[in-house]
Design a binder for this molecule. Structure first.
Ligand SMILES: Nc1ncnc2c1ncn2[C@@H]1O[C@H](COP(=O)(O)OP(=O)(O)O)[C@@H](O)[C@H]1O
Ligand SMILES: CC(=O)OP(=O)(O)O
Ligand SMILES: [Mg+2]
Length: 398
């Protein structure tokens, strides 16, 4: 028996790959170390920190390595070295799009991989980034079990009308419908909320995941009944560089009158819009909040306006609102944004306590607020580790 039974969790984002290594023999996975694989810098970089955030290991490579292969070999070597050969039971991946077939995690086979690759047109920027590490890892360590955990799975039960677009039905039959994303985050936060305030599980809850990507989830009995992202992670809220919901006529105008190509429009909507596009300054909420530029303030105002508007939209799906939870980098850290969204939703019964909000407490609704308001830090990596442990346990491999 190895000293550890561990799972390596990979959370692939737009510019870097976050990872966590979890010990999985106990009922609840325990974080051993975490870090970053940054392959886009001139010198690709691996940073490993301990569970409490202390520095453990750092390595820079001289060459730019397009597929990050060396960095993955470095992570595996670090794990073998520190926790023993054979300690790694599996790698778990956050996969943004699971398509219509996946309501839960699945072990990756060539067949599963091919099906996920075929979903790339439904998440053109996220899917290739999530899938690439699977290939890299299997090239380095072919026998390693790899497990896919989907952002879409939590929303698998979405049904019409919430899941339906008002276009001819033949497109829905082809899979053109609302899938929703950030499901691993919503699942983790919903689980934490059930621990903190079990009486709220049966109540009408909206979770606001406000990070670089941002979306909302309306929950009833812990299940997703509506969400703001759609077929792709472009829909819904204003994001760092993504537009969120936009009049589809704008896209037609850009094509027909500005003669923009589909690729240019895709780039505009995913990379040049949102907070960055409106401020002309930055996609980063911290920078915008610190800026005195009018355009920065206007970008923040639009972010808040649209977030509040869409929270009310989710409340309409739920026929009311009992609980609002903030999570994600902005939701967890930007008290100004939480209070501005709260002010716009006062009519819906959201009242945020100034001191609790400033101090970043877990429960920030004021005593008389008809809506309970929480800040719950998300942990997508732990959600993935739990899924992996479950898959391995069901298969009697741990
Ligand atoms: N202290 C803070 N105050 C305001 N915004 C913050 C703070 N910390 C992080 N953020 C914002 O959170 C966003 C990133 O969110 P995060 O969830 O970490 O992103 P990702 O989607 O890449 O995981 C950025 O806009 C960043 O400015
Ligand atoms: C789905 C999505 O938008 O992910 P992220 O927030 O990591 O960009
Ligand atoms: Mg994120």
């Amino acid at each position: 028996m190895p000293a550890f039974e561990a799972v390596l969790v990979l959370n692939s984002g737009s510019s870097s790959i976050k990872f966590g290594l979890f010990e999985i023999s106990a009922a609840e996975p325990a974080l051993l170390c975490k870090g970053l694989l940054d392959e886009h810098e001139a010198k690709p970089r691996l940073v490993v920190k301990g569970a409490a955030g202390e520095d453990l290991f750092e390595k820079r490579r001289d060459e730019t390595d397009a597929d990050g292969g060396h960095l993955f070999a470095d992570v595996l070597a670090f794990i073998d070295d520190r926790f023993g050969q054979d300690s790694l039971r599996a790698a778990g991946h956050r996969i943004v799009h699971g398509g219509p077939d996946h309501s839960g995690p699945v072990e990756l086979t060539d067949d599963v991989y091919a099906k996920l690759e075929a979903l790339t047109p439904l998440a053109p920027l996220h899917q290739p980034r999530c899938l690439a590490p699977i290939r890299t890892l299997s090239a380095i360590r072919p026998a390693l079990t790899q497990i896919a955990c989907f952002d879409t799975a939590f929303h698998h039960g979405l049904a019409p009308p919430a899941s339906r677009f008002a276009i001819p039905r033949r497109y829905e039959q082809q899979g053109i419908r609302r899938y929703g994303f950030h499901g691993l985050s919503f699942e983790y936060v919903a689980g934490r909320l059930a621990g903190i305030a079990p009486q709220l599980v049966a109540k009408r809850t909206v979770i606001a995941h406000l990070g670089n990507g941002a979306s909302l989830c309306a929950l009833r009995n812990g299940r997703s009944v509506d969400t703001t992202m759609g077929l792709t992670p472009l829909d819904g809220l204003v994001m760092g560089t993504r537009s969120g919901t936009i009049d589809p006529g704008v896209l037609l105008y850009l094509q027909l009158h500005e003669r923009m190509s589909v690729e240019d429009i895709q780039h505009l909507l995913y990379h040049e819009s949102g907070l960055l596009g409106v401020s002309g300054l930055s996609a980063d909420m911290r920078t915008l909040l610190a800026s005195r530029e009018a355009a920065a303030r206007e970008a923040v105002d639009l972010f808040v306006f649209r977030a509040a508007q869409e929270i009310a939209m989710m409340a309409t799906t739920l026929a009311g609102l009992d609980c609002l939870v903030f999570t994600g980098g902005i939701g967890e850290h930007a008290k100004e944004i939480r209070s501005a969204i709260g002010e716009r939703l006062a009519w819906l019964g959201v009242r945020i306590d100034v001191v609790a909000n400033d101090e970043g407490r877990e429960r920030i609704g004021d005593g008389d607020s008809p809506v309970e308001v929480f800040v719950i830090p998300t942990n997508e990596e732990l959600a993935i580790a739990r899924h992996c442990a479950e898959v391995l346990r069901l298969d009697h491999r741990i």
